[in-house]
Write a protein that binds this ligand. Structure first.
Ligand SMILES: [Ca+2]
Length: 491
């Protein structure tokens, strides 16, 4: 038997197929929420304590210039997990459920499941509101537990037990706001009782089990998303007198277009109260505490993997869905097209990752995760994904990329290359920043004549077609039990 026919026989026999699947690496898919680049290995806030993420970067490939497909939870996660860019799906905001918009779409977990993996998850992987996480995608899934169940509306979180607000709420002493805009130490709540720990506990137990086929395990953390609640020990890492405020010139928005000002004004009341009541440092400290809390959770998961039987044959991918402003550009939220909102951590580690410890500087997108995992795990390639596999960068840390694109609420985009950030809004107005000489993006160069060619080259990468807005949740009758959507009939 010659070599060719031997391989042909192997590939066609069920036993060979099972063997090939069995040799595929497992995937540990770890996510955090609203974590910007204030991570030790990304250098956004010197003095931050993120030892576990930094350690993962040293043993893997840190993509130091990664940008989300959209700087807000649901569009970012939907893009990452369906592999389709927002401009193709019309999923631009948090209130647009993706399942009725894309019936039959092979999400990342579903594709792994259909490729023979055992697919499990816990916490916030898809957007956290009911309607975004169809159970059919998973072999098993543990729903997210919230640290502020008193805020969670039953129609959005039907699995959540409604409780009255605890005494002392809001813990940041800023009254008059709804729900999530809070921070502090929850009285009497140990670390083990936090919602993220429930996801971590699930992940730990999953890794202790015996698995007869490769698995895809997603553990999605909520921190450092607001409310910024964390145990006292994490707040104690940051003595208030040591907390530094971000650079935020008061006149920073003077040279940006009206469209940019409009996006910056979202949740302005919260930013305004923080500033007026002298709580800026306090709020920054809360974000740092929650960032370190998330880092600890990541550390628990990596330690659990290392102690398991799967330590050597599991790919780890770690990502955050979008960034977060802490007062830069008079903004305390995400939903902008600036670095603070689009720049996120991304790390791959494990089998298939070469040149470990070397930082990858190419500008890449979270959309690239899906095709990368498909290739890393040897699944059949897909031609319907908008991202590009990062395998060239995983093999060679110096492999470059031209640019990454982030999309905000329709036809507004940032095109990010190594040197420039070019932003164009739906009304045609623009911004241009030199990322090398002006990393804070303080000086908008869009009106400078000598950069016309730079703008033109970046504008050529804008999406050519913009999908209309997908329907919103209020447009459907959604049944959580059957997980079905029915468009409402309007009189
Ligand atoms: Ca988010």
């Amino acid at each position: 038997m010659n070599r060719r026919s031997f391989l042909g026989t192997l590939a066609s026999s069920p036993a060979a197929w099972a063997q090939r699947t069995a040799n595929r690496p497992n995937v540990l898919f770890l996510s955090v929420d609203d974590m910007n680049d204030w991570v030790g290995c990304l250098g956004g806030y010197p003095g931050v304590k993120t030892p576990h993420i930094d350690s993962l970067a040293r043993r893997g490939a840190l993509f130091a210039d990664t940008h989300c497909a959209a700087p807000i939870c649901n569009p970012s996660r939907t893009a990452l997990l369906t592999g389709r860019a927002p401009w193709r799906t019309g999923i631009y905001n948090n209130d647009q459920p993706w399942p009725p918009r894309m019936p039959g779409v092979k999400t990342l977990p579903l594709y792994f499941r259909e490729s023979g993996y055992y697919v499990a998850g816990a916490g916030k992987v898809f957007h956290h509101v009911a309607g975004h996480n169809p159970p059919s995608q998973w072999n098993e899934f543990q729903l997210q537990q919230f640290d502020d169940p008193w805020y969670r509306r039953p129609e959005w979180y039907p699995w959540n037990v409604k409780v009255p607000p605890p005494p002392g709420h809001p813990f940041n002493d800023l009254h008059g706001f709804q729900g999530e805009f809070d921070w502090g130490v929850l009285p009497g709540r140990p670390e083990d009782a936090y919602g993220d720990m429930a996801a971590v506990q699930y992940g730990r137990q999953f890794l202790q089990r015996e698995h007869s086929r490769p698995f895809f395990l997603a553990v999605g953390l909520w921190h450092p998303h607001i409310p910024l609640f964390a145990p006292d020990s994490y707040y104690a890492m940051y003595p208030p007198e040591n907390v530094r405020l971000p650079e935020a010139p008061e006149d920073d928005l003077d040279d940006v277009p009206a469209a940019a000002k409009k996006f910056a004004a979202a949740r302005f009341e919260e930013y305004d109260r923080i500033r007026k009541e002298g709580k800026w440092r306090d709020a920054v400290r809360a974000y740092l505490a929650c960032l370190s809390f998330a880092d600890s959770m990541i550390g628990y998961m990596i330690a659990a993997l290392e102690a398991s039987a799967y330590a050597s044959n599991t790919v780890i991918v770690f990502w955050s869905d979008n960034g977060w402003h802490l007062g830069e550009k008079r903004h305390w939220h995400k939903t902008t097209l600036w670095q603070r909102s689009t720049h996120v951590p991304l790390i791959f580690a494990g089998p298939g990752v070469e040149q470990a410890g070397l930082t990858r500087q190419a500008p890449v997108s979270l959309l690239d995760i899906y095709p990368t995992l498909v290739e890393l795990c040897g699944l059949p390639g897909r031609d319907d994904l908008d991202g590009q596999s990062l395998m060239p960068q995983l093999r060679d840390a110096g492999a470059n990329r031209e640019a990454a694109v982030s999309t905000l609420m329709g036809d507004n985009h940032a095109v990010v290359s190594q040197r420039w950030r070019y932003i164009r809004y739906a009304d045609g107005s623009e911004e241009l920043y030199d990322r090398v000489t002006d990393p804070g993006e303080f000086e908008n160069l869009a009106g400078v004549a000598r950069y016309a060619d730079v703008k033109r080259r970046h504008a050529a990468r804008l999406p050519k077609m913009i999908a209309p807005d997908a329907l919103e949740r209020q447009d459907y009758d959604f049944n959580f039990e059957t997980y079905t959507f029915r468009p409402k009939v309007r009189p």
